[in-house]
Design a protein around this ligand. Sequence first.
Ligand code: VG1
Ligand code: CO
Length: 550
Amino acid sequence: MAIQTIPTQPFAGQRPGTSGLRKKVAVFTQPRYLENFVQALFDVLHASGSEAQALNGQTLVLGGDGRFYNRTAAQIILKLAAANGVARVLLGRGGILSTPAVSAVIRRRQAFGGIVLSASHNPGGPEGDFGIKYNAGNGGPAKETLTEAVYARTQVVRELRISDAPDIDLDRLGLQQLEHMQVDVIDPVTDYAAVMRELFDFELLRGMFQRGFRVRVDAMNAVGGPYARAILEGELGAPTGTVVHAEPLEDFGGLHPDPNPVNAEDLINHMQGLDAPDFGAAMDGDADRNMVLGRNFVVTPSDSLALMTAHARLIPGYQGGLLGVARSMPTSAAVDRVARALDLPCFETPTGWKFFGNLLDAGCVSLCGEESYGTGSSHVREKDGLWAILFWLNLQGATGQSVETLVREHWRVHGRNYYTRHDYEGIAVDAANALMTDVRAELPALPGRRFGSRQVVLADDFSYTDPVDGSVSGQQGIRLMFDDGARVIFRLSGTGTEGATLRLYLERYEADVAQQDQPVQQALAELAALAEQVAGIRGRTGMTGPTVAT
Ligand code: VG1
Ligand code: CO
């Protein structure tokens, strides 16, 4: 066993996006591609300064969503860590840890940081995507200053420090030695389950299952399976089979673990019909996203956040009330109305969980959410799929009401924010950039302009100044806001690996209960047409409509 110094050449394009570095497996498996990125990360973490204390002698957490290349990548990272002065790695057994579990382990064990191996909701398998993300000592995704420093370092990295020791046994719990570094293989669920026990009324949930409350959780052959099984079926007594597609598979069994009504069609089908369970839910590849459904009823993520905010005091972990709430800019303003009613501070951040970190750390907010099926709280620094599922279960238990009744009552009290996201996938990068540039150029001329019954009151490119550290993030999405509260937002995805994806977010408010039951796409058709008029999406992309509408 020896530590080697190996020369390397920089790769172009190793800039992390909305959530870490994501590339095709074929890109990641090139010799030294992963090594370069991780070495660059370690170099930056070694550098002294306010951003990061030295990595030497520290503990890191390591785990991933189990997709293709997860195990190989874990071995490589361990050997790099051992050669770069890391004292100890807490590794999820089999290289497995969900994203929220990494966050929980970092926080509970006061680790220096952690590495998540996941491309989250992106497809897996040899033809699919792989990803890597660094989380800091607060358990949350690295801030942009750090990811930019890592990117800069990848462009000049010339040397790798790596051990030539044999692979460790990823599946054997307990301590192993790699050079001077200790590898502690831990059960992936234990720490996470302890956090859930502190937040929810497990007695109440056990009683629900005893009385025959029926749940179907679709883990989509991804990493959420072992967590949902251990907690729902193991600890709470839900019948075996409550969690389906529960085995994490390297290619997700061909499923696309991006829970939305399109990809989770099987779950949607099960939730319809006379014999449907009381409650259904799905998680994504790394188990940080959630989709929740009642019998014959799909909950929009933005509504989910609003309802959680409204009812938080019914949940033990939040019975003292919330400090405040935050949502990403494109997320609907449903939660804003609840926050106003409860007199809670409400923050609007750019897309990506990393922007919630400072607000959570500073005690400004307790709940956060994104329209992309992500909700979470101050218990970790990631969005958390199973947490959201347990929250909704606890809420149903505490109120005795069904999902549909809860949501409809919410609309009656607060009004309904009709909401949809249209994704145009696989657009030529140049065409997507040109669209954004051209719409941006039109912005000064838009305020005051009428489109049918609506008038534009604000047209800008969202820029965010972090209230805690004052950092500024510009060009976070083009938004058109109208005099009736409606919004149209254009944004390019920062998680894709092929071409560009345009996301078009549409929202309008409906206070009239008699008007709250329209099909969503119909209710927003006028806004979709307006967006087309402003941006000319069809002409520019040659597409006749969105790839997916959720
Ligand atoms: C998407 C979502 C964003 C989410 C991000 C990571 O980003 O829109 O809300 O935070 O994915 O989620 P983008 O840049 O493609 O729109 V996950 O579960 O993929 O880590
Ligand atoms: Co995810």
